[in-house]
Ligand binder design. Structure first.
Ligand code: RRO
Length: 295
C-alpha cells in the first residue's frame, strides 16, 4: 500500500500534520516502543523559521464544538537550534523526515531550504505558506502569483521533494495549488487551519492572547474534503489531504476525492496512537473491498 510524493516513497498513506505530534517528547514518554510501531509513514516536523521565536502570548488554545482553535505563533528554536538539537533526534525515527519551514521573505526561505537540503537526514521539505498566526507581511499562500514566484525561486536550491502546505483561507485554493505545481512543487498538502476566534464571555474580550487563531479538528473536515477534491482535480502532482481526520473511514474519504496520502493532526492531541489506528482502519476498509486502488 505504498504511495509516492515525488521521489519520496511512503510505506503507507498516513502521515502527521506539522506541529501536531512531538516525536521527541513522545519518545521520552513511550521509549523505544514508539520506534517499533511508529504511527506515521513519514514524520513532518513542527515548522521552523530562520531565527528562534517565542510564539504568541497565552492563552493559545480554545476548545470549540468538535474542534479547537490554536494561536501558538510558531515558537521554535530557529534553524541553528533545530539543526543542532532536534535534527539528530529526529534522524533516529524509523521513517523519512519532512522538515516544515516558514520565513517572512524569499531570502529567509532560501537560507532554510539550502541549509536543510544539505542534511542527508532530511527526506523532503514542506513550505508552510499558510500559518494563520504569524503576521509575516508576506501572504504568499493566499496569492497564486506569490506562490509561483516563491516556489520558482526555491526549486533550484533543492533536489529533495518540495511539498507546499496550502491555506484554506482563500477563495481559490486550487489556483494556489496550480501555481505551486507550475513553480515546480512535487506535492501540495491541505488544509492548514481556518482563521477563527472566540470571545471570553466574562470580559467580552477575545479569548486568545493573540486575538485570533486557526480552527482544526472534525469541525473543519467537510471543508477540508471539499477543498482537497477541488485541488486534486486541478493539479497532476500528489495531494496530501488533511483536516479533522479521526478514523480510517475519514481517511478513505480524502483518498476517494483524489488525495494520494492523508495526514492526522488534531486527533494526535487526544490520542498519540491515532495515526496508527487510522492506518489500520484504512487498511482493513480497503482489504474489505473499499475498492480503492493505491499505486
Ligand atoms: O504555530 C502556529 O500557530 C501554527 C502554525 Br505555524 C500553522 O501552520 N498552523 C497553525 O494552525 N498554527
Amino acid at each position: 500500500m505504498s504511495v509516492r510524493l515525488g521521489s519520496l516513497e511512503l510505506s503507507h498513506p498516513v502521515i502527521n500534520g506539522s506541529g501536531t505530534f512531538d516525536a521527541i517528547a513522545a519518545r521520552r514518554a513511550f521509549g523505544d516502543a514508539l520506534y517499533e510501531d511508529f504511527p506515521f509513514a513519514a514524520f513532518v516536523s513542527k515548522t521552523i523559521t530562520p531565527k528562534p521565536r517565542a510564539g504568541n502570548p497565552p492563552p493559545r488554545l480554545y476548545e470549540t464544538p468538535s474542534g479547537m482553535i490554536n494561536s501558538i505563533g510558531l515558537p521554535n528554536k530557529g534553524l541553528d537550534g533545530f539543526l543542532a538539537q532536534d535534527l539528530p533526534e529526529l534522524a533516529r525515527l524509523p521513517v523519512p523526515l519532512i522538515v516544515s519551514m516558514m520565513a517572512t521573505d524569499h531570502d529567509g526561505f532560501e537560507g532554510l531550504v539550502a541549509a536543510v537540503t544539505a542534511r542527508d537526514e532530511v527526506a523532503a521539505v514542506e513550505l508552510n505558506v499558510s500559518c494563520p498566526n504569524v503576521k509575516s507581511g508576506l501572504i504568499v499562500g493566499e496569492q497564486p502569483e506569490e506562490t509561483l514566484a516563491l516556489v520558482r525561486a526555491l526549486r533550484p536550491l533543492t533536489g529533495k521533494p518540495l511539498i507546499v502546505k496550502l491555506t484554506p483561507n482563500t477563495a481559490a485554493p486550487e489556483a494556489v495549488a496550480a501555481a505551486a505545481e507550475e513553480g515546480g512543487a512535487d506535492a501540495v498538502a491541505l488544509i492548514n487551519t481556518l482563521k477563527a476566534m472566540a470571545v471570553d464571555p466574562t470580559t467580552g474580550e477575545p479569548w486568545l492572547g493573540a486575538g485570533s487563531g486557526g480552527l482544526s479538528g472534525p469541525a473543519v473536515r467537510a471543508i477540508a474534503l471539499e477543498q482537497t477534491r477541488r485541488v486534486a482535480s486541478a493539479v497532476a502532482i500528489p495531494v496530501v489531504g488533511m483536516g479533522g481526520i479521526e478514523s480510517g473511514a475519514d481517511a478513505l474519504s480524502f483518498l476517494r476525492v483524489g488525495a494520494t496520502a492523508v495526514a492526522v493532526g488534531t486527533a494526535n492531541f487526544q490520542d498519540p496512537g491515532a495515526g496508527r489506528r487510522v492506518r489500520r482502519e484504512l487498511e482493513s476498509l480497503i482489504a474489505d473491498g473499499a475498492g480503492l486502488h493505491l499505486n
